[in-house]
Design a protein. Structure first.
Length: 360
């Protein structure tokens, strides 16, 4: 009898241990990722003032881009994302946070938000997020071209506020949000807010992704802005992929013209041709047209504004998590906005650079 009791006790203990092991409570999800990029650039006009886009304002210099560390944690229905950047690229990205340190090695909070999964199909997030507008991203390793487009450089970088993401079906998503004025993590000058929205379509049966983006509101100077943006990608086959970005931005009460018409706009369009010949080697050709006929952005000093046609050819050589990017870029403007080292004005700027990117 004693042996039977001992045996039953042992079985109960075994069942208890197995039950504990089979506990279905989901463990917290934790993810740490990061990246770093460095580059060398030579401007054929031999000056560092010809770059009219973001993050590569240099000539004949070895430059540090940005070190990024991103922490993601989720448990049950809650989650948090903290994305920090260190370096010149981070300082320029958060130019409103460090207005006197644009060219410094400052630290910036690229993203910081807390999310809550209301249902399986609705998630609400509060904090600061990378913009939903455009094709390119601030982290260098997420782009195939190292230098940035005009549309990225003069569009929004990030939004701070609250947003709701909806999964409408297996292929259709949507987002709506209320944000501070563009690129501001804190607002004290007024109480204006921006409205943002996105509609995404990505069918599982076809290698295509379509996004329609919208952003509107009044900035801290009481100027009303509306921006409509479209992004499309299509993977033709294993080797060839296509990307497109088009954006149109209008402003009201600009106070830049003395006539009755106080509206102005800028717009741009870019095509990306991506070729991956092997897992280790690929290239991307970006062609962009940027129109600034009202002189809102690039052509602020020109009475009739202007436009730019830019072509960028970037090679991507990948070894594990390391990517080497040799790049050649040619920009041709309708007006003389570029300068040679002698001071002579011109409408053409050419650059060559080599960048090294690493991510984990």
């Amino acid at each position: 009898m004693k042996k039977i009791v001992i045996a039953l006790f042992a079985v109960c203990q075994c069942l208890y241990v197995c039950a504990q092991t089979a506990d279905t409570t989901q463990a917290p999800a934790f993810k740490l990722s990061g990246s770093a990029d460095v580059y060398y650039k030579y401007n054929l006009n031999r000056n560092n003032t010809d770059n009219k886009t973001s993050f590569t304002n240099s000539h004949n210099s070895f430059e540090l881009g940005m070190v990024s560390l991103k922490v993601e944690h989720a448990f049950k229905k809650g989650s948090i994302v903290a994305d920090l950047g260190f370096g010149r690229r981070a300082a320029e990205f958060s130019y409103n946070d460090n207005p006197t340190e644009t060219h410094s090695m400052a630290m910036a909070i690229k993203q910081l938000y807390v999310g809550y999964q209301l249902t399986d199909k609705i998630k609400v997030s509060l904090g600061s997020f990378g913009t939903h507008v455009g094709y390119e991203l601030v982290d260098a390793y997420l782009n195939r071209n190292y230098s940035m487009s005009y549309m990225f450089s003069y569009g929004p970088f990030f939004s701070t506020g609250v947003k709701a993401d909806f999964t409408l079906s297996s292929s259709l998503t949507a987002m709506v949000g209320v944000f501070n004025p563009t690129d501001l993590k804190s607002v004290t000058l007024n109480n204006h807010k921006y409205i943002g929205a996105q509609l995404g379509f990505a069918p599982a049966e076809a290698p295509v992704k379509l996004y329609l983006n919208y952003l509107e509101g009044k900035d801290t100077f009481n100027i009303q802005n509306h921006q409509v943006d479209a992004v499309a990608t299509y993977q033709v086959n294993k080797v060839l992929g296509l990307g497109y970005n088009g954006t149109y931005s209008t402003y009201k009460d600009t106070q830049i013209k003395d006539g009755a018409d106080n509206t102005a706009n800028w717009w741009g369009s870019a095509l990306y041709i991506n070729c991956d010949f092997t897992d280790a080697f690929g290239l991307t050709l970006r062609g962009e047209y940027f129109s600034d006929k009202k002189g809102l952005k690039v052509f602020g000093g020109m009475p009739n504004g202007g436009s730019v046609v830019a072509g960028t050819l970037s090679f991507n050589y990948r070894v594990g998590n390391l990517t080497i990017v040799p790049e050649f870029r040619l920009d041709k403007a309708s007006e003389n906005i570029f300068n040679k080292s002698s001071g002579e004005a011109g409408n053409i700027s050419a650059n060559v650079l080599v960048a090294a990117l690493y991510h984990f």
